[in-house]
Design a protein around this ligand. Sequence first.
Ligand SMILES: Nc1ncnc2c1ncn2[C@@H]1O[C@H](COP(=O)(O)OP(=O)(O)OP(=O)(O)O)[C@@H](O)[C@H]1O
Length: 216
Amino acid sequence: MQIKLTSVGKRYNYEWIFRNLSYEFVSGKAYAILGHNGSGKSTLISLLSGFQLHSEGDISYSLGSRQLVVEQVYRHLSIAAPYQDLLEELTLEEMIQFHTRFKSLRNITAQQLPDILQLQKAKHKLVRDFSSGMRQRLKLGLALYSDTPFLLLDEPTTNLDQDGVAWYLEHLHQNRKDRLVIIGSNVPHEYSFCDEQLSINQFHYTAPARKNSLIQ
Ligand SMILES: Nc1ncnc2c1ncn2[C@@H]1O[C@H](COP(=O)(O)OP(=O)(O)OP(=O)(O)O)[C@@H](O)[C@H]1O
């Protein structure tokens, strides 16, 4: 999976979040998108996923030698993000079954996933009764173990304790080969292994001061 951004900008109403962002993401590498709170990391991740449209510039996607239109990107993408919903009325086992109807898993079966998530005791528990750390493990596990070339993680260790962070790092390393991995983060332990870092702050746009010809 390759993604090429050319002079990309995003604004909400009249507020530009970033402008003139040109960058290339290539398969086999892990990238960290960095920046302070409110700088636009989640916004950029949302544009890359195709869930939101950019306001100017161009984003092009390719898989091997094939160009992809943005509407096809979701088929090749796994994402774990704080704003992503889970199906609250399903049990863990049902949630995994539901997920694998749309995305197959890489190198494991659906029956093995609860063990890998270290949630075997919660197989028949409703997702709505999960703790916040259990929910995060589930989101990460579904994303890491889906057989997709493009892995997008926004704030991946949110709500994880120390063991959870170690679990995330171990399973990410097992599942990153030959994939494009992009991580939005403020926390070094989430992204310190990444090959490249992209700071969104450098693309912030400040509107030029307006001249008032009446005031000298
Ligand atoms: N739907 C929206 N409508 C209007 N403004 C928005 C919308 N979504 C985000 N913003 C604004 O865009 C800016 C960037 O937000 P974003 O969530 O991308 O930042 P972030 O770097 O991910 O922040 P954090 O580290 O706090 O998660 C913020 O000023 C935010 O208020």
